[in-house]
Design a protein around this ligand. Structure first.
Ligand code: NDP
Ligand code: 8X3
Length: 252
C-alpha cells in the first residue's frame, strides 16, 4: 500500500474510520470523505501527515463530481476506491415504513455509491489500472424481517459490483465486495435515530465484529497480488449464521 492513493467514503465513523487507520499504517495516501467535516478534521489530526478531505453528501450527484474535480492533479489518480458510505434508516414493515427512510437508503447506499464510482472511474480507465472495493452486507445476501429496503439496497450493491467487474474486466481494473454481518459501530444508532438502548440491544450477547476486524479484511483484499481479485468476502461474527439466525450468549 506504500504511497498508493486510497479514497474512503464514510470515513467519519465506524468501518470507514477504522479502515483509514489500517491503510495509513500500511503507508497509503488517503482521501477521506464524509458529511461531518469536524469528524474528518479529527481523523486527519489523529492520522498526522498529509490527507485530502472531501466533505460531501454522496446523494448529491453534482457535489460528488465537483468534489473529485477539486482534488489537486497529483491526487487524482486513485489506486483504490473503498465505497463504504451508507446506513440503514428504520426497521419497519413495508406497510408502515417511512418513505423518507427509503429515499435515504436508496439514494445513499445505491445511487451514491454509483455516483462516486462513476466520478473516479475515468482516471482508472485512462491508466487501465485500479481497484474498487464496495461495502455490501450479509443483509444483501438474505433478507430479514422489516429490513426489506435496506436489504434491497445492499443486494443492489452486490449486483452492481458484479456488473462493474464484468464491464471493467477488459481494462484490468479489479472489483470486489465485502459483506459483513453485525459490526458494532454507529450503524444502529443511525438506524434507530439515536435510540441508544435499542441500538445496543442489536449487539447484545453477539460478540459482534469490530470495525477494525472489517478494516483489516479490506486491507487483506487490497494487498493480494495484482493478478488476484477477491471478488466476494462474507465476514460474520461466529455467533451469527446468516442475516437472521443468531446464537446470543445467555439466550435460551
Ligand atoms: P457508521 O454509521 O458508523 O458509518 C457510516 C458512514 O457512512 C459514516 O462515516 C457516514 O458519514 C457515512 N455516510 C452515511 N450516509 C452518507 C451520505 N449520504 N453521504 C456521505 N457519507 C455518508 O456505520 P458503519 O461503519 O457500520 O457502516 C459502513 C458501511 O458498512 C455501510 O455501507 C453499512 O451499510 C455497511 N455495513 C455495516 C454493518 C454493521 O453491522 N455495522 C454490516 C454490514 C455492512 P457522515 O454521516 O459523516 O456523512
Ligand atoms: C448491517 C448488518 O444485519 O444489521 O448491514 O443489517 S444488519
Amino acid at each position: 500500500m506504500k504511497n498508493k492513493i486510497v479514497l474512503i467514503t464514510g470515513a467519519t465513523s465506524g468501518i470507514g474510520w477504522a479502515t483509514a487507520l489500517e491503510f495509513k499504517k500500511a503507508g497509503a495516501k488517503l482521501i477521506l470523505c464524509g458529511r461531518r467535516k469536524e469528524r474528518l478534521e479529527l481523523l486527519d489530526n489523529k492520522l498526522g501527515g498529509e490527507q485530502k478531505l472531501l466533505n460531501f453528501d454522496v446523494r448529491d450527484k453534482n457535489e460528488v463530481f465537483k468534489s473529485f474535480e477539486s482534488l489537486p492533479e497529483n491526487w487524482k489518480d486513485i489506486d483504490l476506491l473503498i465505497n463504504n458510505a451508507g446506513n440503514a434508516h428504520g426497521l419497519d414493515p413495508v406497510q408502515s415504513a417511512s418513505l423518507e427512510d427509503w429515499d435515504s437508503m436508496i439514494d445513499g447506499n445505491v445511487k451514491g455509491l454509483m455516483y462516486v464510482t462513476k466520478a473516479i472511474l475515468p482516471s482508472m480507465i485512462k491508466r487501465k489500472k485500479g481497484h474498487i472495493i464496495n461495502l455490501g452486507s450479509i443483509a444483501g445476501k438474505e433478507v430479514y424481517p422489516n429490513g426489506s429496503v435496506y436489504c434491497s439496497s445492499k443486494a443492489a450493491v452486490d449486483f452492481f459490483t458484479r456488473g462493474l467487474r464484468i464491464d471493467l474486466n477488459p481494462l484490468g481494473i479489479r472489483v470486489g465486495a465485502i459483506h459483513p454481518g453485525l459490526v458494532e459501530t454507529e450503524f444502529s444508532d443511525v438506524r434507530f435515530k439515536g435510540d441508544k438502548k435499542r441500538a445496543s440491544a442489536v449487539y447484545q450477547g453477539m460478540e459482534a465484529l469490530t470495525a477494525k476486524e472489517v478494516a483489516s479484511s479490506i486491507l487483506y483484499m487490497a494487498n493480494v497480488p495484482e493478478k488476484v481479485t477477491i471478488a466476494d468476502m462474507i465476514i460474520l461474527p461466529t455467533r451469527q449464521a446468516n442475516s437472521y439466525i443468531n446464537n446470543r450468549k445467555n439466550s435460551l
